[in-house]
Design a protein around this ligand. Sequence first.
Ligand code: SF4
Length: 300
Amino acid sequence: MAQPLDSRSLEAAPPALNGAAPLTTIFARLRAHFGPLTGPEAARPWWPIFGTDAPFEMLVGAVLVQQTRWETVEGAILRLLASGLLSPRAMAEAAPATLAGLIRPAAFYGQKAAGLVTIASHIVAGYDGDTARMLARPTPEVRAELLHLPRIGPETCDVILLYAGGHPVFVIDAYTRRLFERVAPTLSPGAADGPAPASHPWRQPYETLRRIIETDLHHSLLRAEPPGADQTAALYAEYHAQINEVCVRYCLTRPRCDGPPARRVYSRQEGRESYLGRTDGCPLRPVCGWYRQQRHAPAR
Ligand code: SF4
């Protein structure tokens, strides 16, 4: 079950970001541009589910997507489903080599196959094959449990907790770091955990950044009324989806600030081609430090 944030410790902590709540501005601009991506207001589920066991399918997807494009993950999920292996019981009994053949060409498919068999066996042995039951445990306990399983590091763990379990944890991934580093390069995250490095403030350790961002969002977006765990988790899920979308469309390794957005169709899900005809630019240009710097940089 999702647990509420510890509001007393959050209230006692100083605002973590040395700026005027830029995370709220970034979120508002993204949401106005892309529209709601998660929850009941979204036009379609942001995370497409093809089978009948959504928590387990999300867990498998979160493991498979490591170093792998989502298009590849979706293909692997569909093959697992067609082979009858997309359930904890079936996967626990599968030969790793069989699994590896189905999830290929996902990166590290051999290691991921062996890891998934171990994870599935853990769910069968401890929770009678019920992933939702495992994820219903208190956040610190289930987080520690997941982190002890193979192929599950902090980022994968928090994706599973947030989207499959509804726990209020903010996911820090490469997109998050890249986007915030470009939009807010001069901010000084780190107040909550001692002095921040003078350079590359968004490259701090995972847990440090997670705490800083969660504290900042609590002080800004969630301040109006004491948030419940569900409300907090919904905000984090929406924010992460928005970051993903802007990084897939505009803030690529070579940014497409002035558009057009990348035409990548990364899901077979109906409606995902909605960007193919657009020619607009990134909604974060007016608030983006990187963009401002490039525009004012002398031409070479
Ligand atoms: S304006 Fe350019 S650099 Fe800034 S967030 Fe958008 S795409 Fe990235």
